[in-house]
Design a protein around this ligand. Structure first.
Ligand SMILES: [Zn+2]
Ligand SMILES: [Zn+2]
Length: 328
């Protein structure tokens, strides 16, 4: 654990030393240090996001749970696969919200002696689990849809149309909730776009139910169910791809490896950079390790490490560990 007087020495430590503000509040005055100030931004942003979206989040969970239950009940009761597909998607959204919430709470816990990175990865594990659940559910809907296309199961369309209309209302209302506070936030915008897409899916189910009610083309419900199932599978696939990238320690989006490499190479006295690795420890924390070869007699190592830390923090890498090496 860091000592209280540790601040006085912080310039002389390797750039990998990253004081956790939650862990050691006595270091609050360290914010005057430019590199430390930059490093703290991600934490700060994350907290703002969490508290600002709490209301929208709570309502979204309550409304979507209610909607899913209603749509499942009516979908099974009156035989509409299209509506069941819509309900499956909404259930996936609820699962995603709850898993994301749990993971975010977990990832705000300080690292300990056993989990030295903290729990930032739990958000990625949550989206991986959610992606697998969504893909399994969409497979069930797709298989059922193919089976029903030939059988043309009879459905009672009026309650189905009402439940689909409820889906449109709930999703448009949720989109308003999320869009209200802070429309500049990228996550928030993505959430709004997603919710508008969900309203459109419910709209398709509504149109299909009305057409089936008039024409008694029962196959149309199965066909709409397949289309909805494909849309659900597509979103599940996107989620799985993103989660796998993090699981495989891919360079986080927004980081240019060439720029990182050049930033280190252009520091005074540096001859070579190798074993350069950049990965995401959580959605907001980016880590780096690198071996840096420098001219030992010309370069003040402490100054070099300090400059490296400042440059990397500017790029958005808060947690760096650098090994200095002599030329071979
Ligand atoms: Zn959705
Ligand atoms: Zn090396």
């Amino acid at each position: 654990m860091a000592q209280p007087n540790d601040h006085g020495h912080s310039h002389h430590q390797s750039p990998g030393h990253h004081p956790n503000p939650a862990e050691n509040p006595s270091q609050g005055n360290g914010a005057s240090h430019p590199a430390v100030a930059i490093q703290r931004q991600p934490h700060h942003r994350q907290h703002q996001h969490r508290s600002g979206s709490a209301r929208a989040f709570r309502w979204s969970v309550i409304l979507n749970s209610g909607l899913s239950a209603l749509q499942l009940g009516i979908g099974f009761g009156f035989g509409s696969l299209a509506l069941i597909g819509d309900a499956v998607h909404n259930l996936g959204d609820v699962a995603g919200l709850l898993l994301g919430w749990g993971a975010e709470r977990l990832s705000s816990r300080a690292p300990n002696e056993r989990f030295t990175y903290g729990f930032g990865r739990s958000t990625q594990l949550a989206s991986l689990a959610n992606a697998v659940l969504i893909l399994m559910a969409s497979a069930v809907v797709l298989m059922e849809g193919i089976k029903r296309l030939g059988a043309s199961t009879e459905i009672i369309s009026t309650p189905v149309a009402w439940a689909a209309a409820a889906g449109i209302v709930v999703n448009l209302f949720s989109a308003r909730l999320f869009g209200h506070d802070n429309s500049h936030d990228l996550n928030r915008r993505a959430a709004v776009i997603h919710l508008l897409g969900d309203a459109a899916v419910s709209g398709a189910v509504l149109v299909s139910a009305i057409v089936v009610g008039i024409t008694h083309w029962y196959w149309l419900d199965a066909a709409t169910g397949i289309a909805v199932g494909l849309a659900v599978a597509w979103s599940g696939w996107g989620l799985l791809r993103d989660a796998m990238q993090v699981a495989l320690d891919a360079v986080p989006p927004g980081i240019e490896m060439a720029a990182v490499d050049q930033a280190l190479r252009h520091l005074p006295g540096v001859l070579d950079v190798h074993h350069l690795h950049v990965w995401g420890m959580s959605t907001s924390q980016i880590a780096l390790t690198a071996h840096v070869v420098r001219r030992p007699l010309e370069v003040d190592d402490m100054a070099l490490l300090h400059q490296a830390k400042v440059r990397l923090a500017e790029i958005g890498i808060a947690h760096s560990t650098i090994q200095l090496e002599p030329p071979s």
